[in-house]
Write a new protein. Structure first.
Length: 294
């Protein structure tokens, strides 16, 4: 059965008298004005840095070296950040409900909107670090992933397979897996560090569109050597319009649909200097989750 379009959903909501309460829940990554750098991890060659953000709670994925063992993809990594955009608590007392809560288990996840701001500091002592090259990717798996594996269909780990490499392998910043093994149904992730996943390769490597859907893949330069441009801004919008019924606080823990809500935002950066290690800049992401219920 094809999903309802927005006009049909609006009609259903009007007939069922759903949507009396509107929720606008705000979340933020890096909520400070000190311009503290986003925590990141160095590439194996020591020349680049990368950092990941999960839109929503981090999903369960397969870990390296064991094809059937799953763990949260952030796995206590300080460079893998999460923004809990889909956590919308229920308050049954309509007189006490706040603007960031819903009033019923049955609701409509209308949309998630994100504002991104990245600032490359120019007043650094080391002039070689005042200009850098960046790559930002926004993507999700084609199949459903979830922080609760009961609702997940897929446990692929983009830290090992978000790119297509040479010799019929898929790569990520932490390692690789063979495409042939993936096609046979095995998830054999292996930690690996070679020229395929050094920073220069990952700045241009082809994305793995066999397994993932890419919403955005952009490269840009910031700093003194690039006309003084030191701020990058962008917006991301997910127009869901999905009917959901769940008593869990996390809206993605539901059997209402088979949609994958687990999106990743990946950042890579390099100075392109032979002996200078890159530094991830200040990155702030403000999100608003729009839900109607009641």
């Amino acid at each position: 059965m094809a999903p309802f379009n927005k006009r049909e959903i609006g009609y259903i909501k009007a007939i069922a008298d759903v949507g009396g309460h509107t929720t606008h829940k705000a979340d933020v990554l890096n909520n400070n004005d000190s311009l503290a750098k986003l925590a990141s991890n160095p590439t194996h060659d020591g020349k680049g840095q990368y950092s990941f953000v999960s839109i929503g709670d981090a999903p369960k994925v397969y870990i390296a070296g064991a094809s059937d063992i799953k763990a949260s993809i952030n796995n206590a990594r300080d460079w893998f950040h999460t923004i809990p955009v889909y956590t919308v608590n229920i308050e049954l007392d309509e007189g006490a409900v706040r603007q960031n809560e819903r009033v019923t288990a049955e609701c409509y996840l209308e949309s998630v909107h994100a504002r991104l701001r990245m600032i490359q500091q120019l007043d650094v002592t080391d002039n070689t670090k005042s200009h850098q090259e960046y790559r930002m990717l926004v993507f999700r798996h084609k199949e459903r992933q979830c922080s609760d594996e009961r609702f997940a269909e897929n446990f692929s780990n983009p830290l090992y397979d978000m790119f297509l490499g040479t010799d019929n392998y898929k790569y990520g910043p932490l390692g690789t897996r063979a495409k042939a093994i993936l096609d046979s149904g095995s998830n054999d992730y292996v930690a690996r560090a070679d020229y395929n996943n050094d920073i220069q390769s990952m700045m241009t490597m082809m994305t793995n569109k066999q397994d993932y859907v890419f919403m955005k893949d952009v490269r840009f330069y910031l700093g003194k050597e690039y006309g003084g441009k030191h701020i990058y801004e962008d917006t991301l919008h997910w127009n869901h319009a999905d009917p959901i019924a769940t008593e869990a606080n996390d809206l993605t823990h539901n059997e209402s649909n088979n949609k994958n809500y687990s999106w990743y935002v990946a950042f890579f950066c390099t100075t392109n200097a032979p002996d200078v290690v890159a530094e991830m800049p200040y990155v702030r992401i403000d999100t608003t989750t729009h839900v109607t219920s009641g």
